[in-house]
Every structure is written in structure tokens, then in C-alpha cells.
Design a protein around this ligand. Structure first.
Ligand SMILES: Cc1cc2nc3c(=O)[nH]c(=O)nc-3n(C[C@H](O)[C@H](O)[C@H](O)COP(=O)(O)OP(=O)(O)OC[C@H]3O[C@@H](n4cnc5c(N)ncnc54)[C@H](O)[C@@H]3O)c2cc1C
Ligand code: FES
Length: 259
């Protein structure tokens, strides 16, 4: 069962012009509801009637007397703009940890493929797999790059790509994935998070090499707990899955990419 918790903001850092990192004190939320890296929080953004907003857990720990959770978000609209104005010491009304997370073991060796604001939850996967995994991180341009140093500390290797070539490989992450797997395809899984067209391409490349691929899907959400059907995602077998309850992580080969 997810917990509703008042979380105190321990620290806040602007990673670029419109992207904020928050570290939260979260009671025993991680100890009681952790299922795997890739779960998300549903955060109440404002005092009005506005719905909660889903934000992925980037990293979490149970080391201290209270659990800690970090999230990274980009300002898109009213809710995330409100969240970006919060400061250290303020409290947030948080529901979590929600969703399933990536089905990996700490001893897994994975390829983590992230695009833009899809990059942060993969940092949790890197830490969970204790340095065995490698990352391919894509951004629109170098000024949009986030968390690279933290990935370097937690991964066997990190490759970067940008759409405009201002940092790393000039092009998309699925081309880097293809090159990487041609050299070494002994990975337990490809874990991906990012925009839907990127996920579709990453799923196709992983399939070509016969490697299991898990993708974190993004849909607009209402309740966040499977009660309102707002977050439906079409599957190949005709089923409509709920991103909040059945996901957000799905087997890429089961998703209907043409829906
Ligand atoms: C499981 C999950 C995890 C997510 N994790 C993160 C994260 O770690 N960091 C992060 O920055 N964002 C994340 N998002 C997206 C985030 O929830 C939306 O950006 C946010 O809800 C927008 O709220 P808003 O009030 O600021 O914008 P709104 O005013 O509601 O919308 C502004 C714009 O954002 C678009 N939008 C709104 N909700 C979504 C959505 N769910 N997916 C795609 N576009 C949306 C709208 O179409 C609109 O163009 C996640 C979404 C899901 C479903
Ligand atoms: S958001 Fe309500 S069912 Fe998923």
C-alpha cells in the first residue's frame, strides 16, 4: 500500500534553467513501499483543487533514521512551476512509492538508456546495480545535460549524445545503443526512460539483439492508484494497461507502439 507522507525538503538545486533537483526526508516510505528503482511519487502541487503530479524517484536510501528520496523535474506547467518555487525546510504532501519499478536484481548488468527528463530515474537503477551497469544519456543540447557526474560515479561507463552534437555523439541514443550492442551484447537487460518515440526505437534495437527491454511509460495521470482510468496505455494483446498501477515500467515487447 502506498503511503501518504509529509516530506520535508532537505535540499534544492537548479540543474539548469528549468530543471530542479529536490532531496526529501520521507519517513519510512522507502522501507515500507520500495519495489524496485523506477517507482514514482504523486506530489500535491498547490493548495487548490489541482491534481497531484507524478514525478519519478531518482534515487532513494534507507541509511539514516528517516528515508531519503531525490526527484528531478522540469517545469512544464502550473504544477511543476509551483513545485519549483518550494525551498529547503518546506513540506510537501506526497503519496508513494507508487508503481512497479524495473524488475532487476542488484547483481544485474544493465544498459541504461535515458532521454532528457527521462534520465533521472535511471540513476536509481545505476546505484541499485552497484556500478555494474552502463549508461547512454541523450539530451537536446549540452546546456540541457543533467546528472552526468553522478552517473559516472555509479556506472561502469557513460556515453552521451545530443540532438545538435554540442556534447558527445551527434544524434539519438538508439544509434549509440546499436553501436554499443554490436561491440558487447552481454547485458541482462536494457532499461529505458524518455520520450515515447525514443522508447519505441530503443525497444526495436533491443529486440534485434534479443535482449529484454523494460521501458518506463509516461501518460497523464489522475488518481495515481488505478481508480480513474486516465493513464491508459495500449498493449499488443489489445489490453489497456494502467501506467500508474500496472507500470510505469512495462516489457517493451508487450507495448503497442502504434496505438
Ligand atoms: C510515471 C511518471 C513519472 C514522471 N516523472 C517525471 C520526472 O521524474 N520528472 C519530470 O520532470 N516529469 C516527470 N513526469 C511528467 C510530469 O508528471 C509532468 O510534467 C507534470 O505532471 C506536468 O504538470 P504541470 O502541472 O506542471 O503541467 P500541466 O499544466 O499539467 O501541463 C503542462 C504540459 O505538460 C504536459 N504534461 C502534463 N502531464 C504530463 C505527463 N504525465 N506526461 C507528459 N506530458 C505531460 C501537458 O501536455 C502540457 O503540455 C512523469 C510522468 C509520469 C506519468
Ligand atoms: S491515474 Fe487513475 S487509473 Fe491511473
Amino acid at each position: 500500500m502506498p503511503k501518504q507522507q509529509t516530506c520535508t525538503i532537505l535540499s534544492k538545486v537548479w540543474l539548469n534553467q528549468d530543471t530542479v533537483y529536490l532531496s526529501l526526508l520521507a519517513g519510512d516510505m522507502v522501507r515500507t513501499t520500495f519495489r524496485g528503482p523506477g517507482q514514482f511519487l504523486h506530489i500535491k502541487c498547490g493548495d487548490g483543487l489541482m491534481l497531484r503530479r507524478p514525478i519519478s524517484v531518482s534515487t532513494c536510501s534507507t541509511d539514516g533514521s528517516e528515508d531519503q528520496i531525490s526527484v528531478v523535474f522540469e517545469i512544464r506547467g502550473q504544477g511543476t512551476a509551483w513545485l519549483a518555487e518550494r525551498n529547503k525546510g518546506e513540506s510537501l504532501d506526497v503519496l508513494g512509492l507508487l508503481g512497479n519499478g524495473y524488475p532487476i536484481a542488484p547483481e544485474s548488468r544493465c544498459l541504461l538508456v535515458g532521454g532528457g527528463i527521462g534520465v533521472p530515474p535511471l540513476l536509481g537503477c545505476a546505484q541499485y546495480t552497484q556500478g555494474r551497469s552502463s549508461a547512454i544519456l541523450g539530451f537536446r543540447s549540452s546546456d540541457k545535460g543533467i546528472l552526468q557526474d553522478r552517473f559516472r560515479k555509479s556506472c561502469a561507463s557513460v556515453q552521451l549524445a545530443t540532438d545538435d552534437g554540442s556534447l558527445g555523439y551527434h544524434g539519438f541514443v538508439d544509434a549509440v545503443l546499436q553501436n554499443t550492442l554490436e561491440r558487447d551484447d552481454a547485458y541482462d537487460a536494457v532499461l529505458a526512460c524518455g520520450p515515447r518515440p525514443m522508447l519505441k526505437n530503443v525497444a526495436a534495437v533491443s529486440r534485434q539483439f534479443g535482449i529484454p527491454c523494460w521501458v518506463s511509460m509516461e501518460e497523464r495521470m489522475g488518481c495515481g492508484v488505478g481508480a480513474c482510468l486516465v493513464c491508459a496505455c495500449g498493449m499488443k494483446d489489445g489490453r489497456m494497461a494502467h501506467v500508474c498501477k500496472d507500470g510505469p515500467v512495462f516489457n517493451a515487447q508487450e507495448v503497442d507502439w502504434n496505438a
